[in-house]
Design a protein around this ligand. Structure first.
Ligand code: HMG
Ligand code: MG
Length: 326
């Protein structure tokens, strides 16, 4: 792939929906994923194997995985579907479904070799850069969470799957404020890579991040020996800084970015945090820089307008509204 290619990871069906108060029909979640798969997006986060008591909206993620394994969903490019799994229980729930459908998904090796056929699957763990956020989000301290993630990552590898690992609150914590130590972020990211994670997604969960602090964080990540190709940035746009921070990350060689259609999103354990940076805004921004996303802007704009309407929320994508004349 050319140096101009950027990989966009669409997190709308997971991060985008997990915080909604109103119950979302399974058919709507599936329609969202199927429509996104047609736009040229090649990575779509589809659900989460977490406790339904903690995040009720992600209940039924099993049904979503089952659907993806048993339905031929047309897509212009091969798609990898990702699911969060915080512990052995989440891993087992995912593994049970996958093992019932051998051959219905590509392994990481097969998809890297360019094999045609069914979609690939990926599992994702999610650590936090502060102890307070780890406790609220995972009900355990950072060290315990990392031990659990080791099992999930190993389990994913045994199934032949790609493993993604998030580190949340890297540029600000809802409970500890701005003082998140970038060295701690680098240390956690290093542990996760050593466990076998294929990619670290650095999450600005609160959207408090600014350009200088993004710069400082990524310098620290590079100084720890972490390669830019192993890093993704996951910006929430609560303070409107997501694209500025994206520009900083691009300059530092990062080529993978998470976004959510319609600017959906928010973490239930990050009070006040709003949506992810909108996929429509990200595509427009990348194209303005001559970067290739492979994503059809008009198609994602339509989806953003549709899904925010379904949820009864305003469309948070400036670009989406502009291209639709809405
Ligand atoms: P816990 O209460 O400590 O878990 O929660 P436990 O092990 O003591 O088990 C308690 C009950 O939960 C048991 O059931 C378990 O079986 C069940 P009971 O016996 O009471 O009926 N349980 C599960 N059920 C389904 N799936 C599982 C599972 N594990 C246990 N995997 C736990 C610990 C990790 C489960 C909980 O804290 C949890 O589910 N947390 C998830 C929180 C979450 O999903 N947050 C949002 C995602 S992170 C995010 O949004 C940030 C990100 O976008 C990046 C960024 O923006 O920074 C990724
Ligand atoms: Mg998030």
């Amino acid at each position: 792939r050319s140096d101009n290619h950027v990989k966009l990871v669409e997190v709308g069906p997971r991060d985008g929906l997990q915080n909604e108060k109103k119950s979302i029909p399974l058919t709507t979640r599936i329609e969202l994923i199927e429509r996104l798969a047609k736009t040229g997006l090649s990575f779509i986060e589809a659900g989460s194997f977490v406790s339904p008591k903690w995040v009720p909206q992600m209940d039924n993620s099993s049904a979503i995985m089952e659907h993806l394994l048993t339905t031929n969903i047309p897509s212009p490019v091969p798609v990898t579907y990702s699911f969060l799994a915080p512990n052995a229980k989440g891993m087992e729930n995912a593994a049970n479904i996958l093992q019932q459908h051998p051959g219905a998904y590509l392994t990481q090796a097969e998809s890297l070799s360019g094999a045609a056929g069914p979609p690939a699957m990926e599992l994702a763990v999610f650590a936090a850069a502060t102890e307070s956020f780890s406790q609220r989000n995972l009900n355990c301290d950072i060290a315990t969470s990392l031990e659990r993630f080791r099992d999930v990552i190993q389990g994913a590898k045994q199934l032949g799957l790609r493993a993604r690992a998030y580190v949340s609150v890297v540029l600000g914590c809802p409970f500890e404020g701005y003082e998140v130590d970038p060295h701690k972020v680098a240390e956690i990211a290093t542990s996760l890579l050593e466990m076998g994670a294929d990619e670290i997604s650095l999450g600005d969960t609160t959207g408090m991040g600014t350009a200088p602090r993004t710069q400082e964080l990524l310098k620290c990540i590079a100084a720890a020996g972490i390669r830019p190709e192993d890093v993704a940035m996951h910006f929430h746009d609560t303070y409107g800084q997501a694209l500025v921070n994206t520009a900083v990350a691009l300059e530092r060689g990062i080529r993978t970015f998470d976004s959510a259609v319609g600017g959906l999103g928010g973490c239930p354990y990050s009070p006040g945090a709003t949506g992810n940076v909108a996929t429509e805004d990200m595509v427009y921004f990348m194209e303005s820089l001559g970067m290739e996303t492979g994503v059809d802007l008009d198609a994602v704009a339509d989806i953003g307008q549709w899904i925010t309407g379904e949820l009864g929320k305003p469309n948070e994508s400036s670009v989406g509204k502009a291209v639709l004349g809405a």
